[in-house]
Write a protein that binds this ligand. Structure first.
Ligand code: SF4
Ligand code: SF4
Length: 279
């Protein structure tokens, strides 16, 4: 079963939820798909054993065969090919679709494998952690996210941590998940971003529940707002001095507050029931 964790904006406690859930369940895989700023490994304290480069096919042109017909640049909807006195390919704009190679009438285009990021694999006890890191200057995160998602456990629980927001990398990350946890803070801003995230998620048909982090902070009536959004609250993590203090030390709170281990286990039981009913 794949459980994705996402949030409409950064700083809501999404990583805290993903890591504490993993620690409470034990013997799970956690995939950090926030490939521009992965940090689950820091909070989890995992030892990294393996590093694997992520490469993407990228076109190159044999100018001896090129007749400067421009068919490749006309085809490329990402404007990654410019034709002047020779063919220039902007690697960072290329989405590796292979289309330019197909339309070239003289077979002048071939592909090389270009490194765009790295996959890191490690363990904390029985928990397997995999995270991806996109190379600096690379704008297309989806290839690294896809590479991380290949490490999903086919027979057990996989927790997938998305990047914040509602952009393409988030959609790529949560697609094909069995359940989605949306983490938010009990503020008007938090719920504004949550409602945007729900608008994006609903058409995907993934069942979801809301986790309200820092519940009790401020006077915003998040319960009414969740009802209006038809979004079930599946967990409330209170604005608690002990949790805040552990967070400030970079310590996952389930390790120090065992009652939370049970709460996350109850959450998994609820998710399993809901997913089974839908199946
Ligand atoms: S592979 Fe696709 S995206 Fe990349 S340059 Fe060719 S047509 Fe454009
Ligand atoms: S389609 Fe082929 S021949 Fe035409 S400009 Fe592009 S690389 Fe050259």
């Amino acid at each position: 079963m794949k459980i994705a964790v996402a949030s409409g904006k950064g700083g809501t406690g999404k990583t805290t939820v993903a890591v504490n859930l993993a620690l409470a369940l034990d013997n799970v895989s956690i995939l950090d798909c926030d490939v521009e700023e992965p940090n689950d490994h820091i909070l989890l304290g995992a030892d990294i054993d393996e590093q694997i480069p992520v490469t993407v096919p990228t076109p190159r042109v044999n100018m001896d065969s090129c007749i400067l017909c421009k068919k490749c640049s006309e085809f490329c909807e990402f404007h990654a090919i410019f034709i002047g006195k020779k063919v220039i390919i902007y690697d960072q704009l290329c989405h590796s679709c292979g289309g330019c190679k197909m339309v070239c009438p003289t077979n002048a285009i071939y592909e090389i494998e270009r490194e765009v990021g790295t996959i890191y694999v490690g363990y904390k006890g029985n928990i397997r952690l995999v995270y991806g890191k996109l190379n600096i200057g690379e704008p297309v995160a989806t290839s690294v996210i896809k590479a991380v998602k290949k490490y999903a456990n086919p027979n057990g629980i996989t927790i997938i941590d998305a990047s914040p927001g509602t952009s393409c990398p988030v959609i790529e990350t949560i697609q094909n998940s069995d359940y989605l946890l949306l983490v938010t803070e009990p503020t008007p801003f938090g719920f504004h971003d949550l409602s945007m995230a729900i608008d994006v998620v609903r058409p995907l048909g993934i069942p979801f529940g809301v986790i309200v982090n820092k519940a009790g902070l401020g006077g915003f009536d998040y319960k009414i707002r969740c009802k209006e959004l038809d979004a079930p609250i599946v967990m409330e993590i209170p604005f608690d001095k002990r949790i805040a203090e552990l967070y400030s030390r970079g310590a996952p709170f389930v390790e120090e507050l065992p009652e939370w281990r049970e709460r996350f286990q109850d959450l998994l039981a609820r998710i399993k029931r809901e997913v089974e009913v839908i199946d």
